[in-house]
Design a binder for this molecule. Structure first.
Ligand code: FRU
Length: 481
C-alpha cells in the first residue's frame, strides 16, 4: 500500500526532476495547455465556478505513454492565463487503481463534485469499471466518495466517461458504453441527490436512429442544449473511412436532435465530425456565466503514430486545443476561438487588399513566425487554387472547382506527407492559430476546423502564399505571447 499512498509525491518529484528537460524543448507550446511532464490526454471537468474556469485533464506523469491516469488541474479567470493547481485525483484506491479516467464536474450547494471512471485491471487481466464521485469545498482539494454506479447488465466493462448536468429538478448523466453485441452507445442515468443513480438505458447508439454499425465503443459523450437543439457530442471508435471522412483512427463529432423528455431517447440526424484535421479527440463542453457553450479538446489522439512525436525525447507529449465557442448555424455546429484569446495579440500587422499575382509564390518579411494568429479575408471567395505553406511542414490549399480544402503535413515517423481533405463549397475566410508545434485553422468563421500538431525545423519560420490566378484579400497577423 505504501507505493499507492506515495503516488502524488512521486508525481511531484517527477515534475521537479524533469522540468528543465521539458522546458528546454523547442516544441513546447506558447498558449496551449500542456502536461508539466509525461502524457496528457482528454480534458475533464471543464467548468466555470465563481468566475473561475477549471480544466482538469487525463495525466500520466510517469511516462509519455498511456497508463494509470491522474487528474491534473488548471484554473483561469480569463481562459488565457492559467494556473497549475495541485493534483486533483490520483489512482490510489482499489476502485481506481489503474486510472482515474475521464469525467466531468458540476457545482451544487457551494461544492464542486467530480464524476469520473475508476478503471481497474483485475489480476486475471479483466477490466472493471466504477463511476466514482469526489467532492471539494474549495475547488482545489478533493475527497473521494467512491463508486456511485456499478456496471449494469447488458454492457461490457467499456463503460466510462460520465458527463453530469442538471435538467430541471433532476441530475442527468451520460456515459460512453459498449453493449454486449459490441456496439457503441451513449447511456443515461438520472438522480435526485447525486449519490443514487437510476439507469435509463441508451439515449443513442450504434444501432439506433437508423445508424448501422456505427462503432464498437462510444467514448466521452456530452449532451447539452445549444441554440434550441439537443446536441450529443461523442467520440466513436471503430468507424471505417468513408470518402474524405473518418481518416483518423478514432473520430469526434456530434448528432443534433431532440431528447424526448419522457423516454430519454435522442431523435437525431447524421453524425458530423467536429474537426477535419489530424489531432482532435475527446472534446468536452461547459456553459459559462455569459451563457456561452465553450469546448476544449485533446489536441491529439491515441494511435500508432503517437510514439514518434519528438517531444517524447523531452519527456512530455500532447496538449489541449484552444477553447472554442459553439453555435449552431443551419443545423451545423460552428466553432470560433474564445474572444478572450485576443488578449494574447502583440505587434499587429495589417495589409489591406493584398494582391497575389497568378502563379507567383509570395511571402512577407513581417508575416512569419512560430506563434501567431493570422486572418485572411478574401474579397470574394477563392476562385481557382490557393495555397499556403507554413514552416516547410504544413501546407493548406483550397481548390474552388473541386470545392475541396486540404491540410497536409509531414508525418511524425518519417516525414512523409499525409493529408486530410474536407469538402467546402466556398472559402472566404481563414483564421489561423499557429503555435510552436500546432495549428488550428478556422474556415469561414468556424464552419469547419482543422487541427494538427506538427514538428518543423526550429529556424524555419517562413510562410508563403500562392494562387494560380489573381487573388485579393485582407491580411492581419498578430504575434501571440
Ligand atoms: C479517451 C479515453 C477515455 C478514457 C480516457 C483514459 O481518450 O480513452 O474513454 O476515460 O481516455 O485516459
Amino acid at each position: 500500500m505504501t507505493k499507492i499512498n506515495n503516488l502524488v509525491e512521486d508525481a511531484y518529484r517527477r515534475v521537479e526532476q524533469e522540468q528543465q528537460k521539458v522546458a528546454s524543448d523547442m516544441y513546447r507550446l506558447q498558449f496551449h495547455l500542456m502536461p508539466l511532464v509525461g502524457l496528457l490526454n482528454d480534458p475533464n471537468g471543464f467548468i466555470q465556478i465563481d468566475e473561475v474556469y477549471h480544466v482538469f485533464y487525463q495525466w500520466n506523469p510517469f511516462e509519455t505513454a498511456h497508463g494509470a491516469k491522474f487528474w491534473g488541474h488548471f484554473t483561469s479567470t480569463d481562459l488565457v492565463n492559467w494556473t497549475t493547481e495541485p493534483i486533483a485525483l490520483a489512482p490510489d484506491q482499489w476502485y481506481d487503481k489503474n486510472g482515474c479516467y475521464s469525467g466531468s464536474a458540476i457545482e451544487h450547494d457551494g461544492k464542486m463534485y467530480l464524476f469520473y471512471t475508476g478503471n481497474v485491471k483485475e489480476d486475471n487481466g479483466e477490466r472493471s469499471t466504477y463511476q466514482c464521485m469526489a467532492v471539494s469545498e474549495d475547488g482545489i482539494s478533493f475527497e473521494k466518495k467512491g463508486p456511485v454506479i456499478h456496471l449494469p447488465k447488458g454492457y461490457t466493462a467499456h463503460f466510462r466517461d460520465p458527463k453530469v448536468w442538471k435538467s430541471g429538478n433532476e441530475w442527468l448523466m451520460v456515459l460512453g458504453a459498449q453493449n454486449l453485441k459490441h456496439e457503441g452507445e451513449a447511456v443515461l442515468y438520472r438522480s435526485d441527490n447525486l449519490f443514487e443513480w437510476e439507469f435509463l438505458g441508451p439515449a443513442a447508439g450504434s444501432q439506433m436512429n437508423e445508424l448501422e454499425e456505427f462503432g464498437y465503443m462510444w467514448e466521452c459523450p456530452d449532451l447539452f442544449q445549444l441554440d434550441g437543439h439537443d446536441v450529443l457530442i461523442v467520440s466513436p471508435q471503430g468507424l471505417e473511412p468513408e470518402g474524405d471522412h473518418f481518416h483518423n483512427l478514432y473520430q469526434s463529432g456530434y448528432f443534433i436532435g431532440k431528447l424526448d423528455p419522457q423516454t430519454k431517447r435522442l431523435q437525431h440526424g447524421t453524425f458530423t465530425e467536429l474537426d477535419r484535421g489530424f489531432d482532435f479527440y475527446a472534446p468536452q463542453t461547459t456553459l459559462d456565466s455569459e451563457g456561452r457553450r465553450l469546448l476544449i479538446a485533446w489536441m491529439g489522439i491515441t494511435d500508432e503514430m503517437e510514439k514518434y512525436q519528438p517531444t517524447i525525447e523531452h519527456n512530455w507529449i500532447h496538449a489541449l486545443t484552444i477553447p472554442r465557442e459553439l453555435k449552431i448555424v443551419n443545423n451545423k455546429i460552428y466553432q470560433k476561438p474564445a474572444t478572450e484569446l485576443k488578449a494574447l495579440r502583440k505587434n499587429e500587422v495589417r495589409y489591406k487588399a493584398v494582391c497575389l499575382e497568378a502563379g507567383i509564390v509570395k511571402n512577407f518579411s513581417d508575416i512569419q513566425g512560430d506563434s501567431l494568429e493570422m486572418q485572411l479575408d478574401f474579397n470574394d471567395s477563392i476562385a481557382g487554387i490557393f495555397e499556403m505553406e507554413i514552416r516547410d511542414n504544413i501546407k493548406i490549399s483550397y481548390h474552388s472547382t473541386e470545392q475541396l480544402f486540404t491540410l497536409e503535413r509531414k508525418n511524425f515517423k518519417d516525414g512523409k506527407k499525409e493529408f486530410r481533405r474536407c469538402a467546402l463549397e466556398k472559402l472566404h475566410k481563414l483564421h489561423i492559430f499557429l503555435d510552436t508545434s500546432s495549428i488550428e485553422i478556422f474556415l469561414n468563421d468556424g464552419e469547419e476546423v482543422c487541427t494538427a500538431r506538427f514538428f518543423a525545423k526550429e529556424n524555419d519560420k517562413c510562410i508563403t502564399f500562392y494562387s494560380d490566378q489573381i487573388e485579393t484579400f485582407d491580411l492581419s497577423k498578430w504575434e501571440l505571447k
